[in-house]
Design a protein around this ligand. Structure first.
Ligand SMILES: O=P(O)(O)O[C@@H]1C[C@H](O)[C@@H](CO)O1
Ligand SMILES: Nc1nc2[nH]cnc2c(=O)[nH]1
Length: 321
């Protein structure tokens, strides 16, 4: 693999592929927004596998202010995104920009401390490309978290919403991480999304929340991702609420679509960092990123504990299989 270009853009990997790969590659690079071909992603996975003995089964993505979810990982190796060839870089405050390998509850894991967002200028396929790196490294479970604005009137700042489903608003506008030629080595052209979020892991999370005594602040709901970076108008939030959205953010949906496309089991939750103002004279403060990161930091211990307990259950279940 050749070295990194500015802004994480893709270099063409050494040509070891067959004719149909080359045809695909030509289409990829002819696209207005170039994305990553299979070999480019494989090269990133190989680069990491040559440098860590960990063969992760679980991939974790830490949301805004939630970097310390990865702090409990033991026997770690970490890689700054800027040192991974052809990897994008994190540009958002509250996203460290580091990939960590190690063990959580005896499970081999890899964790992203920082993700990529559409508003940073990355196409959706690039935002979710690390999920495919995870897949090629052996990851079977994607555990994603995010910071989100609460729309369900029952939600309070600091609550957790386990994602039951999502509404892919960006997909309604014709924007998908799976746009462009489909590579069947990752998954089918038309993947279903009926059971995007694993029902068993959702029930495990509720059970864990009960054991932790936090059930009253843990909900289950529907998330949507908008492009950002601006927060929503009152009219937009009212519309989202009518559509059945419980929490709104700027990430995760494209990661989940990419993960389900390649048949990963998905568990995700949102930390409610602010309440969406549904009236112009609302007493709620206007949304701002400082508050989002601050609430993330103040709740990261609870979020981390919930995540660890769900992973512990997965570890137990893997042992008995
Ligand atoms: O990466 P996540 O989805 O946790 O971050 C949310 C969405 C924006 O990046 C940011 C807005 O404050 O928080
Ligand atoms: N779109 C959006 N993203 C968020 N991330 C954290 N809070 C919010 C919010 O209110 N809206």
């Amino acid at each position: 693999m050749t070295g990194k270009k500015a802004n994480g853009s893709c270099n063409v990997a050494k040509n070891t592929s067959n004719d149909s790969d080359n045809e695909n590659r030509n289409v990829y690079y002819a696209m207005e927004k170039p994305t990553y071909a299979y070999d480019d992603i494989k090269a990133i996975a190989d680069y990491l596998m040559e440098r860590t003995p960990v063969r992760p089964k679980i991939g974790i993505i830490c949301g805004s202010g939630l970097n310390s979810l990865a702090d409990s990982i033991t026997n770690t190796q970490s890689f700054d995104y800027e040192n991974i060839p052809n990897f994008p870089v994190s540009t958002v405050e509250g996203h460290v920009g580091r990939m960590i390998f190690g063990y959580l509850e005896n499970m081999p894991v890899m964790a992203m401390q920082g993700r990529f967002h559409y508003y940073e200028g990355y196409p959706l396929a690039k935002c979710s490309m690390p999920v495919r790196v995870m897949k090629l490294m052996g990851v079977q479970y994607l555990m994603a978290t995010n910071a989100a604005g609460g729309l369900n009137p029952k939600y309070k700042v600091g609550d957790i919403m386990i994602m039951r489903d999502h509404i892919n608003m960006m997909g309604f506008a014709g924007n998908s991480p799976l746009q462009g030629p489909n590579d069947p080595r990752f998954g089918p052209r038309f993947p279903p999304m009926t059971n995007a979020y694993n029902a068993h892991l959702i029930s495990v999370a509720h059970k864990m929340a009960k054991e932790m005594g936090i059930s009253h602040e843990v909900h289950e709901g529907v998330y949507t991702c908008l492009g950002g970076p601006n927060y929503e108008t009152v009219a937009e939030l009212k519309m989202l609420r009518i559509l059945g959205v419980d929490a709104v953010g700027m990430s995760t949906v494209h990661e989940v679509i990419t993960a389900r496309h390649c048949d990963m089991t998905v568990f995700a939750f949102s930390l409610i960092t602010n309440i969406g103002a549904l009236e112009y004279d609302s007493s709620e403060d206007e949304a701002n990123h400082e508050e989002v990161v601050m609430v993330g930091k103040s709740r990261q211990s609870i979020c981390g504990q919930l995540m660890c307990r769900v992973i512990k259950e997965i570890a137990k279940e893997c042992q008995t299989k």
